[in-house]
Design a protein around this ligand. Sequence first.
Ligand code: 13P
Ligand code: SF4
Length: 364
Amino acid sequence: MPVLETVGPLMGRPSAPLPAKRTALDKFGALPAPSLEWNAGVERDTAHLYERIMNVVPSVEWPFFAPYIRAINAVKKERNAVILAHNYQTPEIYHCVADFVGDSLQLAREATKVKADVIVQAGVHFMAETAKILNPDKTVLIPDVRAGCSLASAITGEDVRLLRERFPGVPVVTYVNTSAEVKAESDITCTSSNALQVVESLGVDKVIFVPDQYLAKYVASQTKVKIIAWKGSCEVHERFTGDEIAMVRANDPSVQIVAHPECPPDVIAASDFTGSTAHMIDWVRKNKPKRVVLVTECSMADNVQAELPDVEFTRPCNLCPHMKRTTLPKILDSLLHMKEEVVVDPAIVDKARRAVERMIYMKS
Ligand code: 13P
Ligand code: SF4
């Protein structure tokens, strides 16, 4: 039957307003600001937490932290929320308010098991996005939405599409330090703790590996698989140099040097061990060196020092300005006002989840 009429936009009639999107604040409501006074009650209630960090946080700082810590732990219960904290968070967050801590892989795995209604990501934006991708029906909050990452901003989904055109049929392995849009264009994601296994799991002789050029080089040094790399880098780890590490070694030949694989190759070559942040921590726990340098973000040494007071952690280390955006006052504000809510475009969330889940459930 011929088409009788083709109906287009109805001119002259105002279109119905779109229903306003319900935000996390609409859904959960705001909570009143708790007292942040330092008094004997706060001191008593938080004494057991101070014990965890007393060898890295001076007692004069505790009266500032403790009221926030007590308030955050109370509001977390009220909201049925959990805090996932990366190993680079400061000790008062990592040891006193976090429910789960770890490297990127451990946090992604924890995100698949969360029973709470709300996840607060104490870390950076790509980590919060990963938690959201794995929990599309939960509310995921990031205390400071500006907490980015130089690797995540080094590549776009369009870049990956162009790489596929240039290298047809070559699978794309994407470091989790990327946006959801980039993950959605990828075959599988990886982290610094499983990059080699992920690359080899594909059973191919060539992969595109984005966006960290140094992690790509580190993986390439350990496999026969040919790696096509992208020129991204971590602004924190790329600042370490082989000369700096050689100087540390010359000053103290007995010091142990443990580096993250986002470091340049000469730094890795000069180190005693290389691994993800969780693998670095495990190495120190197991070997208990007298003196060690963690060639990575500075807070990690403080977090491990709190647990292992007999190990001496020496410099160099570098601060990540993105990780340091998360503070106790911002976490409290985030839980009270349900902000900033992490939203992932529904058009890409399923594709991105496929790439992340393929990594999480990969047979080792
Ligand atoms: P991992 O904790 O997974 O080693 O990653 C380090 C990092 O730079 C995260 O931003
Ligand atoms: Fe990104 Fe490097 Fe900071 Fe990690 S340490 S969040 S990789 S900039």
